[in-house]
Design a protein around this ligand. Structure first.
Ligand code: PGA
Length: 255
């Protein structure tokens, strides 16, 4: 009913793939394929070292560039980390926060996800905030509890004004990189749960305006069914974002 209040966002998450040279070649190809397709926002979240090349290649096109993480402090003794100010200065507009791979392999917690979200929003970045249950949690029947808790903690101290720059990505961990996509019904059910959590934390109007993506083995074949669902406003795409053909088909599905 309210789907047309929201502009879909199709975001690629390249993970640890592509060098700067490959980034430039990819965007040269992609920008031609997606030219004029303005019914959705198109974002590529690339490795830190690819950002400047990506921004230069995407200049003047409808492709926007983001990072895959950001530190929560403004500056200081945090060896190996990157701040929001650094990302903004090199032209990044978006940042993925709380991806399950960060949670699983790099000790990310709901609390650090919240701190990173606040730092990014305060600096002026748009945040793609990832939540999602593990397979055993789904099997235990606690998906709703897990996803609600992750969403609530991540949005602690985020004002309604700041929420306008937040996209939520529902990514069931069991579907990421496994080829095992959630059914459109499963994706819709959990995206609706998340929207409900936002309505309770803020207002129904805020919830209706919030973009909620699905991510987890979304590809050229299943995208249009997933994106047709009322509460699925786009996708966060890993593997299929590394091929311009596949990524373009997903962009077309969101048009
Ligand atoms: P996938 O990754 O599309 O390769 O499953 C999605 C993600 O991790 O964001």
């Amino acid at each position: 009913m309210n789907k047309n209040l929201r502009k879909p966002v199709i975001a690629g998450n390249w993970k640890m793939n592509m060098t700067p040279a490959k980034t430039a070649a990819f965007i040269e190809e992609l920008k031609v394929k997606v030219a004029g397709k303005n019914e959705c926002d198109i974002v590529l979240c690339v490795p830190y070292v690819d950002i400047q090349t990506a921004v230069a290649s995407a200049k003047g096109t409808n492709v926007k560039i983001g990072a895959q993480n950001v530190h929560f402090k403004e500056s200081g003794a945090y060896t190996g980390e990157i701040s929001a100010e650094m990302l903004l200065e090199i032209g990044a507009e978006y940042v993925v926060i709380g991806h399950s791979e960060r949670r699983q392999y790099f000790g990310e917690t709901d609390e650090t996800v919240n701190l990173r979200t606040l730092a990014a929003l305060n600096a002026g970045l748009k945040v793609i905030l990832c939540v999602g249950e593990m397979l055993d949690e789904r099997e235990l029947g606690i998906t709703e509890e897990i996803v609600s808790m992750q969403t609530k903690i991540a949005l602690k101290d985020v004002s309604a004004e700041m929420l306008k720059n937040v996209i939520i990505a529902y990514e069931p961990v069991w579907a990421i990189g496994t080829g095992k996509t959630a059914t459109a019904e499963q994706a819709e059910e959990v995206c609706a749960i998340i929207r409900n959590v936002i309505a309770k934390l803020y207002t129904k109007a805020d919830a209706d305006a919030t973009v909620i993506q699905y991510g987890g083995s979304m590809n050229a074949k299943n995208a249009s069914e997933l994106l047709s669902k009322e509460n699925v406003d786009g996708g966060l795409i890993g593997g299929a974002s590394l091929k311009t053909e596949d990524f373009t088909i997903i962009v077309d599905a969101a048009q």
